[in-house]
Design a protein around this ligand. Structure first.
Ligand SMILES: Cc1cc2nc3c(=O)[nH]c(=O)nc-3n(C[C@H](O)[C@H](O)[C@H](O)COP(=O)(O)O)c2cc1C
Length: 141
Protein backbone atom coordinates (compact mmCIF):
# COMPACT_ATOMS: atom_id res chain seq x y z
CA UNK A 1 0.00 0.00 0.00
CA UNK A 2 1.19 3.46 -0.87
CA UNK A 3 2.37 6.34 1.23
CA UNK A 4 0.58 9.37 -0.19
CA UNK A 5 1.42 13.07 0.18
CA UNK A 6 -1.61 15.36 -0.06
CA UNK A 7 -0.23 18.85 -0.62
CA UNK A 8 -2.63 21.76 -0.74
CA UNK A 9 -3.25 25.52 -0.60
CA UNK A 10 -6.51 26.84 0.77
CA UNK A 11 -7.44 30.42 1.74
CA UNK A 12 -10.99 29.87 2.94
CA UNK A 13 -11.02 26.15 3.72
CA UNK A 14 -12.80 24.62 0.73
CA UNK A 15 -9.76 22.94 -0.80
CA UNK A 16 -8.61 21.96 2.70
CA UNK A 17 -11.89 20.03 3.16
CA UNK A 18 -11.18 18.26 -0.13
CA UNK A 19 -7.65 17.40 1.04
CA UNK A 20 -9.06 15.76 4.15
CA UNK A 21 -11.57 13.81 2.08
CA UNK A 22 -8.74 12.54 -0.17
CA UNK A 23 -6.86 11.49 3.00
CA UNK A 24 -9.93 9.59 4.26
CA UNK A 25 -10.02 7.73 0.95
CA UNK A 26 -6.34 6.81 1.20
CA UNK A 27 -6.66 5.56 4.77
CA UNK A 28 -9.90 3.66 4.18
CA UNK A 29 -8.15 1.84 1.35
CA UNK A 30 -5.28 0.87 3.67
CA UNK A 31 -2.69 3.45 2.61
CA UNK A 32 -1.00 6.11 4.70
CA UNK A 33 -1.66 9.79 4.05
CA UNK A 34 0.12 12.97 5.11
CA UNK A 35 -1.93 16.17 4.61
CA UNK A 36 0.61 18.94 4.07
CA UNK A 37 0.23 22.70 3.68
CA UNK A 38 2.03 23.70 0.47
CA UNK A 39 4.40 26.00 2.39
CA UNK A 40 5.76 22.92 4.20
CA UNK A 41 6.51 20.83 1.10
CA UNK A 42 9.55 20.94 -1.17
CA UNK A 43 11.51 18.91 -3.70
CA UNK A 44 13.41 17.03 -1.01
CA UNK A 45 10.12 15.50 0.23
CA UNK A 46 9.26 13.81 -3.08
CA UNK A 47 11.40 10.72 -2.47
CA UNK A 48 9.52 9.99 0.79
CA UNK A 49 6.24 9.18 -1.00
CA UNK A 50 4.84 6.71 -3.53
CA UNK A 51 1.99 8.89 -4.80
CA UNK A 52 0.82 12.49 -4.64
CA UNK A 53 -2.38 14.51 -4.57
CA UNK A 54 -2.03 18.24 -5.16
CA UNK A 55 -4.88 20.61 -4.31
CA UNK A 56 -5.21 24.28 -5.24
CA UNK A 57 -8.26 26.49 -5.88
CA UNK A 58 -8.78 28.55 -9.02
CA UNK A 59 -7.12 31.90 -8.34
CA UNK A 60 -6.00 34.90 -10.36
CA UNK A 61 -7.72 34.39 -13.70
CA UNK A 62 -8.00 30.58 -13.87
CA UNK A 63 -4.55 30.17 -12.37
CA UNK A 64 -2.89 28.40 -9.48
CA UNK A 65 -2.37 30.53 -6.38
CA UNK A 66 0.77 32.54 -7.12
CA UNK A 67 2.10 33.42 -3.68
CA UNK A 68 2.92 30.00 -2.27
CA UNK A 69 1.39 27.15 -4.28
CA UNK A 70 2.76 28.03 -7.72
CA UNK A 71 6.39 28.47 -6.49
CA UNK A 72 6.21 25.14 -4.61
CA UNK A 73 4.63 23.34 -7.56
CA UNK A 74 7.15 24.77 -10.07
CA UNK A 75 9.98 23.52 -7.88
CA UNK A 76 8.72 19.93 -7.69
CA UNK A 77 6.97 19.29 -10.98
CA UNK A 78 9.89 17.88 -12.97
CA UNK A 79 10.34 15.29 -10.20
CA UNK A 80 6.79 14.02 -10.82
CA UNK A 81 7.88 12.31 -14.03
CA UNK A 82 6.59 8.72 -13.82
CA UNK A 83 4.86 9.29 -10.46
CA UNK A 84 1.24 8.62 -9.67
CA UNK A 85 -0.47 11.99 -9.27
CA UNK A 86 -4.02 13.23 -8.67
CA UNK A 87 -5.26 16.83 -8.68
CA UNK A 88 -8.14 18.52 -6.86
CA UNK A 89 -9.40 21.98 -5.97
CA UNK A 90 -12.27 24.33 -5.39
CA UNK A 91 -13.47 27.06 -7.75
CA UNK A 92 -16.04 29.87 -7.73
CA UNK A 93 -17.54 31.66 -10.71
CA UNK A 94 -15.60 29.91 -13.48
CA UNK A 95 -16.16 26.60 -15.24
CA UNK A 96 -13.05 24.73 -14.10
CA UNK A 97 -10.64 25.93 -16.80
CA UNK A 98 -7.76 26.21 -14.32
CA UNK A 99 -7.99 22.47 -13.66
CA UNK A 100 -7.91 21.63 -17.37
CA UNK A 101 -4.78 23.76 -17.82
CA UNK A 102 -3.18 22.26 -14.72
CA UNK A 103 -3.95 18.70 -15.83
CA UNK A 104 -2.31 19.34 -19.22
CA UNK A 105 0.72 20.77 -17.46
CA UNK A 106 1.09 17.71 -15.22
CA UNK A 107 0.74 15.34 -18.18
CA UNK A 108 3.48 17.33 -19.95
CA UNK A 109 5.62 16.89 -16.82
CA UNK A 110 5.42 13.15 -17.50
CA UNK A 111 3.35 12.32 -14.44
CA UNK A 112 0.94 9.40 -14.38
CA UNK A 113 -2.17 11.54 -13.88
CA UNK A 114 -4.84 9.21 -12.60
CA UNK A 115 -7.93 11.36 -13.14
CA UNK A 116 -9.12 14.55 -14.80
CA UNK A 117 -8.92 16.51 -11.53
CA UNK A 118 -11.64 16.58 -8.88
CA UNK A 119 -13.30 19.99 -8.71
CA UNK A 120 -15.83 21.42 -6.27
CA UNK A 121 -17.86 24.60 -6.62
CA UNK A 122 -16.91 26.43 -3.37
CA UNK A 123 -17.42 23.97 -0.46
CA UNK A 124 -17.36 20.32 -1.58
CA UNK A 125 -20.82 18.73 -1.69
CA UNK A 126 -21.49 15.02 -1.15
CA UNK A 127 -20.62 14.19 -4.75
CA UNK A 128 -17.31 16.06 -4.60
CA UNK A 129 -16.44 14.46 -1.27
CA UNK A 130 -17.10 11.06 -2.75
CA UNK A 131 -14.91 11.87 -5.75
CA UNK A 132 -12.14 12.94 -3.34
CA UNK A 133 -12.51 9.66 -1.39
CA UNK A 134 -12.25 7.74 -4.67
CA UNK A 135 -9.16 9.69 -5.72
CA UNK A 136 -7.56 8.81 -2.38
CA UNK A 137 -8.40 5.12 -2.80
CA UNK A 138 -6.85 5.13 -6.29
CA UNK A 139 -3.67 6.77 -5.01
CA UNK A 140 -3.41 4.29 -2.14
CA UNK A 141 -3.11 1.19 -4.31
C1 LIG B 1 -8.11 36.31 -5.79
C2 LIG B 1 -9.12 35.26 -6.18
C3 LIG B 1 -9.17 34.84 -7.51
C4 LIG B 1 -10.09 33.87 -7.91
N1 LIG B 1 -10.14 33.48 -9.22
C5 LIG B 1 -11.04 32.56 -9.61
C6 LIG B 1 -11.12 32.15 -10.97
O1 LIG B 1 -10.35 32.58 -11.83
N2 LIG B 1 -12.08 31.23 -11.31
C7 LIG B 1 -12.95 30.70 -10.39
O2 LIG B 1 -13.78 29.86 -10.75
N3 LIG B 1 -12.89 31.07 -9.08
C8 LIG B 1 -11.96 31.97 -8.67
N4 LIG B 1 -11.90 32.33 -7.35
C9 LIG B 1 -12.80 31.69 -6.37
C10 LIG B 1 -12.08 30.61 -5.55
O3 LIG B 1 -11.54 29.62 -6.39
C11 LIG B 1 -13.11 29.96 -4.59
O4 LIG B 1 -13.56 30.93 -3.66
C12 LIG B 1 -12.58 28.75 -3.86
O5 LIG B 1 -13.64 28.11 -3.17
C13 LIG B 1 -11.50 29.10 -2.84
O6 LIG B 1 -10.99 27.90 -2.29
P1 LIG B 1 -10.37 27.81 -0.82
O7 LIG B 1 -11.52 27.92 0.17
O8 LIG B 1 -9.72 26.48 -0.76
O9 LIG B 1 -9.40 28.94 -0.68
C14 LIG B 1 -10.98 33.29 -6.94
C15 LIG B 1 -10.91 33.73 -5.61
C16 LIG B 1 -10.00 34.69 -5.22
C17 LIG B 1 -9.95 35.13 -3.78
Amino acid sequence: MNKVAIVYYSATGNTEMMANAVADGVRNAGGSADVIDCTSFSASDISNYDAFAFGCPAMGAEQLEEGSFEPMFSSVETLLNGKKVGLFGSYGWGVGEWMELWSERVINDGANLINQGVIANYAPDAEANEACNKLGAELAS
